[in-house]
Design a protein around this ligand. Structure first.
Ligand SMILES: NC(=O)c1ccc[n+]([C@@H]2O[C@H](COP(=O)([O-])OP(=O)(O)OC[C@H]3O[C@@H](n4cnc5c(N)ncnc54)[C@H](OP(=O)(O)O)[C@@H]3O)[C@@H](O)[C@H]2O)c1
Length: 281
């Protein structure tokens, strides 16, 4: 079975490729793709097939997807440009006759009011209209989005209020994605994937407990939080999207109630305490 992975040059896609190999998929049946394919040379040395795939270049996508029985379609990271890019990916997958597409979406994509969710919802509809067999991996927040050493140094800031956030390490979502890619019976399924739930005050308390420092959470109005992110060096557009995500999280937009991630992992999700310990070590 040939499995093609887009975004393999990125952090999540790389973890999925590693997990496919760990699960015994022969390297020659794994196709790792991205634009910056020089980042994949170590995988090529291990026998993984490396192909260039640019969401802005339909011919590269068609060539990259040739022979794909299963395709992991990792959502692009250029917010605002993704509708056209993702349309090209879906069209190429359909032309290439891919057997199953697994798409990395966002939790509650079809009902979420997060700015980030709009492009995911649109992509989900494109997949539905394409006729391709597909499965939606609606990934929750990456716990790596929180810079724990920075929280120790400066405190934790956000605009998520008392909202519970079901975050997990990228690696957990990657294992779940690999399980879907090599498994059966996933076509047509929608997985809402989230880890241990916490408020940002609870995250600060855990960081305090483990670091021995007094780390507090300061909740800011959305616009003030966006301004603080710009002050910390983030581009304005990204800061606005992240502050909006916190606004939505305050109302439960990043909270997941299903145990889909645990079921796909076949083990508990990595506990928050372990994530904090690793970040502080
Ligand atoms: N759940 C969360 O908390 C969260 C947080 C951030 C992002 N995300 C989403 O999850 C995805 C994967 O996360 P990640 O941590 O692996 O992100 P990442 O490290 O930034 O990697 C993004 C990947 O997308 C590829 N990509 C972006 N635009 C592309 C294009 N036009 N054509 C081809 N490939 C393109 C990149 O390839 P090249 O580098 O080779 O161009 C890279 O491999 C992100 O792209 C984003 O959609 C989720």
């Amino acid at each position: 079975m040939t499995v093609v992975v887009t975004g393999a040059t990125g952090r999540f896609g790389r973890l999925v490729v590693e997990e496919l190999l760990r699960r015994g998929v022969p390297a020659g049946n794994v196709v790792a793709t991205g634009r910056a394919v020089e980042r994949l040379s170590d995988l090529a040395e291990r026998g993984v097939v490396v192909r260039r795939a640019d969401y802005g270049d339909p011919e590269s996508l068609l060539a990259a997807f040739a022979g794909a029985e299963r395709l992991l379609f990792v959502s692009g990271n250029e917010t605002g440009k993704r509708i056209e890019q993702h349309r090209a990916v879906v069209a190429a997958a359909a032309r290439a006759g891919v057997g199953l597409v697994a798409y990395t979406s966002i939790v509650h994509a079809d009902t979420s009011d997060l700015v980030l969710a709009a492009e995911h919802a649109r992509t989900e509809r494109m997949l539905a209209e394409s006729g391709l067999a597909h499965v939606l991996l609606r990934n929750g927040w990456y716990v790596e989005n929180y810079d724990i050493p920075a929280a120790v140094a400066h405190g934790l800031f956000g605009a998520a209020g008392e909202g519970r956030i079901s975050a997990a390490p990228r690696a957990d979502y990657a294992v779940a994605a690999a399980a879907v890619l090599v498994g059966d019976g996933h076509a047509g399924r929608v997985y809402e994937l989230g880890g241990e739930s916490f408020t940002l005050a609870e995250l600060a308390a855990e960081v305090s407990r483990q670091s021995g420092r007094d780390v507090t959470y300061t909740d800011l109005p959305e616009h003030e939080y966006a301004a603080s992110l710009v002050g910390a060096g983030l581009p304005e557009a990204l800061a606005a999207v992240l502050a909006d995500a916190d606004r939505g999280a305050a109302k439960g937009g990043l909270h997941v109630e299903t145990d889909d991630l645990v079921r796909l992992l076949g083990r508990p999700v990595t506990p928050l305490a372990d994530v904090v310990r690793a970040a502080l070590s």
